[in-house]
Design a protein around this ligand. Structure first.
Ligand code: NAD
Ligand code: UDP
Length: 311
């Protein structure tokens, strides 16, 4: 049995990871400050004898004896990470320093939930890990993008300077059950709007693209990444390369929910990336043949069922 710390464990991805790692027979500590996460996501795990919930902020140091750390603490939706941008930078950077310091002291392996946002508004398409990105350092998204880029730097330097065993995963747009209905990201927004027959809000003209990964595929990839040999440090892209325009996504969700919603067009937010699609060649190679299994329609159906039951 391994002891595993998951920061941001009460969030969307973190709660799936807690559940999966517990089911695999591990002892799990879920650490969260509940900024965007919620006890509701992990309430069903609270009675599990090997599950522990800790209310804590990663900007403060934390100590526990564990074998592995998954560092997920950070708001991920633009509306939430822009709410208090200074705090977002502190969460990414001080959170990384605190968790890397812990990993160094207790000799734990540590995985960083990095992001496709490190590529900014990419000029190279699809994005391989070798691409350095096109990021505005002083824009609305910078607190998140640069915070995550600095965290990657810290992880790399702790590995080189202090031999900490690190793993960096660059996660592309992921969706699924347990997203917060007011999370603000596109899949949850559109599904909630469609189920309530409200207007579907497309920002811009809907021609911008994203590639959507279902959460189960991500969790499988994260666990595989943690098991890779020490020399596999990443960064490794993890996502589903099937690319859709935001208009196509809206139309698909209207069809699957049989909704009477109408599409309305609103202003495109500042620095909103025009296109995004992962090159997952490296993931396939180092994660033991990993590739995403869940098609968009199938994943959307499960997510729609979840929101139908919860909102
Ligand atoms: P989320 O907002 O649901 O989860 C983030 C969790 O971190 C929440 O539970 C929140 O309360 C917690 N948190 C925030 N600040 C904290 C702090 N200072 N101390 C302790 N806990 C804190 O978002 P998510 O989609 O589950 O994202 C999880 C991680 O994955 C994030 O690091 C995010 O950047 C990364 N990621 C997600 C996506 C995606 O598409 N979902 C894509 C790329 C990267
Ligand atoms: N988007 C949209 N309507 C919404 C929410 C998002 O058109 O109600 C767009 C947004 O402008 C972006 C894309 O959908 O182009 C993905 O947005 P999200 O916030 O989910 O993720 P990110 O921009 O971080 O990839």
């Amino acid at each position: 049995m391994k002891r595993i710390l998951i920061t941001g464990g009460a969030g969307f991805i973190g709660s799936h990871l807690c559940e999966r790692l517990l089911n695999d027979g591990n002892d799990v500590i879920c650490l969260d400050n509940f900024f965007t996460g919620s006890k509701i996501n992990i309430v069903h795990l609270l009675d599990h004898p090997y599950f522990e919930l800790v209310r804590h902020d990663v900007t403060q140091s934390y100590y526990a004896e564990v074998d592995e750390i998954y560092n997920l603490a950070c708001p991920a939706s633009p509306i939430h990470y822009q709410y208090n941008p200074i705090k977002t930078v502190k969460t990414s950077v001080m959170g990384a320093i605190n968790m890397l310091g812990l990993a160094k002291r207790i000799k734990a392996k540590i995985l960083q939930a990095s992001t496709s946002e490190v590529y900014g508004d990419p000029a190279v398409h699809p994005q391989p890990e070798t691409y350095w990105g096109n990021v505005n350092p002083v824009g609305k998204r910078s607190c998140y993008d640069e915070g995550k880029r600095c965290a990657e730097t810290l992880f790399t330097d702790y590995n080189i300077q202090n031999q900490v065993k690190i793993k960096i995963l660059r996660i592309f747009n992921t969706y699924g059950p347990k997203m917060h209905p007011n999370d603000g990201r596109v899949v949850s927004n559109f599904i909630v709007q469609a189920l309530k027959n409200q207007d579907i809000t497309i920002y811009g003209n809907g021609s911008q693209t994203r590639s959507f990964q279902y959460v189960d595929d991500l969790i499988d990839g994260m666990i595989r990444m943690m098991k890779t040999p020490d020399e596999v440090t990443g960064p490794v892209n993890i996502g589903n390369p099937q690319e859709f325009t935001i208009l196509e996504l809206a139309e698909k969700i209207i069809e699957l929910t049989d909704s009477r919603s109408k599409i309305v067009y609103e202003t495109l937010p500042e620095d909103d990336p025009i296109q995004r699609k992962p090159d997952i060649t490296l993931a396939h190679e180092v994660l033991n043949g990993w590739s995403p299994k869940v098609e968009l329609e199938e994943g959307l159906k499960s997510t729609i069922t979840y929101f139908t039951e919860t909102i």
